[in-house]
Design a protein around this ligand. Structure first.
Ligand code: ADP
Ligand code: MG
Length: 457
């Protein structure tokens, strides 16, 4: 890599860690002045930027530089007194137009009434074995809302296309049936809207809007866990809509059965129509998805780069898209398509996630969050059903992910005997083989366990 490429690579990564405004303010007109015996000197625009960058960003910059070139040991900032515009001035001239890749990607043209983003369509939704049933169900609903499956409950891990599919369905319904009122709402929004409505004594108004729709799409309903009042209000809205054959489409990161602290009556409603899951795309489908995105974003990547991304990012389409955005950013600035070598450098810290970087504390914390348990509950000796199961899974994960010994696992759980730990691990390992739902539940916990690690410094 030339110094210029190296610096553009650093910038491409930094802009994921800082806000757009900060990026434009502090990094415009920066470039590498020299790189000698492990020291990189970076030209900055003025002494104010110099001080700011040195205080706030030097460790981040150094860290990224070192991930790209191991022998870099230190960095220095120098005010650039050159008058002549440098190559990097291109960045500054384009500065107004530099958009964060997410913005380029999906312009935020969300429709105010429906909350739908027209960028999500069936046309740009790639279908493979991992999602074909679910896509077919959603498509069928869009042809005949209210009369096919009601509700349709879609579940699957993070970044696998639930929101895309929900929105695509909503968009298609609005197109085919312009007179129908469609409303997409995030469960989290519903819950916070509810809280505000209660405070301001406006519940009736809040509910009225939802009761009048023909198609209600609610995303991420696992967020209902433990929100009793919201569940109750939603239950009534749900019944009213369902009785008048209005279509309801729901999504969640897990099956209705696995949502903790969800009232039985809602659970059984959610299970009353069609439940369809989205699993993980296989290699070929991942390539197909990347190709579609490349076309959409007008970038050409050679097959080596596509293969590199698809074989290294497997369980999350959103992360694949994040990787692609970095490559696009590189292209935008350097005006050339990144080759494999550049891609490896650009994506290194996305891809080489240290798999075993988790801790027992983190496992227990993740289990607690997943099953909505209080902090220490899982460690106690209670035999309550809603605790026993998560505790067994926690033991299983301690063993699988950290290879902890049975006695040590036992000790963590209120001094339990090692045979208890062993029994739990064997039991879960055996059940996983027969119970796909449990397997996907545990995979989802794993995904949550490791998903935060990218940001962890
Ligand atoms: P989820 O809601 O399941 O967390 P999203 O629907 O937000 O995931 O998907 C994450 C990203 O991946 C989105 O940008 C979406 O467009 C893209 N994506 C997901 N599944 C597909 C697919 N089958 N084809 C094309 N793009 C997809
Ligand atoms: Mg989503």
């Amino acid at each position: 890599m030339t110094n210029q490429e190296l610096w553009q690579t650093v910038l491409a990564q930094i802009q994921f860690s800082v806000s757009r405004a900060n990026f434009a303010t502090w990094f415009k007109n920066t470039k590498i002045y020299s790189k000698k015996s492990g020291e990189v000197i970076i030209y900055v625009e003025n002494s104010f930027s110099k001080e700011w960058l040195a205080n706030k960003y030097s460790s981040l910059i150094l860290k990224i530089l070192r991930s790209l070139e191991k022998d870099i040991k230190s960095i220095k900032f120098l005010v650039n007194s050159e008058k002549k515009p440098s190559l990097n001035i291109q960045v500054s001239q384009k500065e107004e137009k530099i958009e964060s890749p997410q913005l380029i990607l999906k312009e935020l043209t969300v429709d105010q009434k429906t909350n739908l983003n027209p960028c999500y369509t069936f046309e740009n939704f790639v279908v493979g074995r991992f999602n074909e049933l679910t896509q077919a169900a959603a498509w069928a609903i869009s042809e005949n809302p209210g009369f096919v499956y009601n509700p349709l409950f879609i579940y699957g891990g993070v970044g696998l296309g639930k929101t895309h599919l929900l929105q695509a369905t909503g968009n298609r319904i609005t197109k085919l049936f312009p007179q129908k009122k469609v409303k997409y709402i995030l469960c989290e929004r519903f819950v916070s809207g509810m809280v505000n409505a209660i405070k301001e004594h406006k519940i009736a108004n809040f509910k009225k809007e939802l009761k009048e729709v023909d198609v209600l799409i609610m995303d991420d309903v696992q967020f209902f866990a433990g929100k009793e009042k919201s569940q109750e209000e939603f239950y009534h809205i749900y019944n009213l809509l369902h009785q008048s054959q209005k279509q309801i489409i729901l999504s969640s990161d897990r099956s209705p059965k696995s949502i903790p602290a969800l009232e039985e009556r809602l659970k059984s409603r959610f299970e009353g129509g069609m439940i369809a899951d989205i699993s993980i795309p296989d290699y070929e489908t991942r390539i197909a998805i990347l190709k579609t995105k490349c076309e959409e974003k007008d970038i050409e990547l050679n097959s080596e780069v596509l293969e590199y991304v698809s074989s290294n990012i497997r369980t999350n389409i959103r992360e694949m898209e994040g990787a692609l955005n970095r490559l696009i950013f590189f292209k935008k600035i350097n005006n050339k398509n990144p080759d494999l070598e550049i891609a490896k450098k650009l994506l290194g810290n996305l891809i080489n996630i240290p798999r075993k970087k988790t801790t027992s504390k983190k496992i227990i914390q993740t289990i607690n969050e997943f099953y909505d348990l209080n902090k220490e509950e899982i460690l106690l000796s209670t035999r309550r059903k809603e605790i026993v199961r998560p505790r067994q899974i926690a033991m299983y994960l301690l063993r699988e992910e950290l290879n902890e010994s049975f006695p040590s696992i036992g000790r963590k759980f209120n001094g339990k005997d090692h045979t208890t730990a062993m029994y739990s691990c064997i039991k879960i390992a055996k059940e996983i083989k027969e119970n796909d739902e449990l397997l996907s539940e545990i995979n989802l916990i794993r995904q949550k366990l490791y998903s935060g690690l990218i940001e962890e410094k």
